[in-house]
Ligand binder design. Structure first.
Ligand code: SAM
Length: 228
């Protein structure tokens, strides 16, 4: 299980105590997150293994941190918030993530869904995330180095799609890869800032095809085209 893999990794690292991680879990609860399963995954997952050693002492702060190539590992609150938004609207078996980054959000999703597919456009980040997830024995994850704006048609449709970089609008190809009743959580540019959106694809035959809600203001790196 992910819990056992995490315990092994944590025991081997000597970098974190369960008390530090418990403090993070308490902070997430205080911030209004309510999904026990999501909080439990963040309580167990060794976030320090997803960042460079020089920053490891800050791993359990509720903040985003640099991971190189101008990118960041997302703030734990935001990882939990997006995961909760994805899972609270009904069962999710298969998830597509766009923007693997460090692989931390990927590992959270892998603990909750049956299969996770994740695409990252920066080759070096993709390779590191792959190593980390392999070390955590996360076998239900498939990673790919590519521009994720077009999704991953081979494995579509997905019950859930989570995008960890901000697009100018809802990417049409991603919306098309949602299963009926499936949902996508993503930051989009909105009124000079960004907002987190949940898009739900209605069951077949029901109009409109999609409905969406604005969840809260956010700050993400941009969704870029092409690979690096
Ligand atoms: N969840 C990740 C984490 O916690 O480490 C977040 C990483 S960062 C906020 C967003 C990631 O999206 C970056 O690694 C960036 O390279 C990637 N990205 C941006 N545009 C992309 C695209 N079109 N396809 C795939 N990945 C993309």
């Amino acid at each position: 299980s992910v819990a056992r893999a995490c315990d092994r990794a944590v025991a081997g690292s000597g970098m974190t105590s369960s008390r530090t991680r418990e403090r993070l879990a308490q902070r997430l609860l205080a911030a209004g997150l309510q999904d026990d399963a999501v909080i439990e995954v963040l309580r167990q997952l060794p976030r320090h293994l997803f960042i460079e050693e020089a920053l490891a002492s800050r791993a359990y702060e509720d903040s985003s941190l640099p991971i190189g190539w101008g990118q960041t590992i997302s703030q734990p609150y935001m990882v939990a918030r997006m995961t909760q938004a994805l899972f609270e609207a009904g069962p999710v078996q298969t998830v597509l993530e766009i923007g693997t980054g460090s692989g931390y959000q990927t590992a959270v999703l892998a603990a909750l869904a049956r299969r996770v597919y994740s695409v990252e456009r920066i080759s070096a980040l993709q390779a590191r995330a792959e190593q980390r997830l392999r070390a955590l024995k996360q076998r239900n994850v498939r990673l790919r180095h590519d521009d994720g704006s077009a999704g991953w048609a081979e494995y579509a449709p997905f019950d859930g799609i989570l995008v960890t970089a901000a697009a100018s609008g809802i990417p049409r190809q991603l919306a098309e890869q949602l299963a009926p009743g499936g949902r996508m959580v993503l930051p989009i540019n909105h009124g000079g800032g960004q907002v987190l959106v949940r898009l739900i694809k209605n069951p077949a035959g029901r109009r409109p095809n999609y409905q969406h809600e604005l969840l809260e203001p956010v700050t993400f790196v941009p969704l870029l085209g092409g690979i690096a």
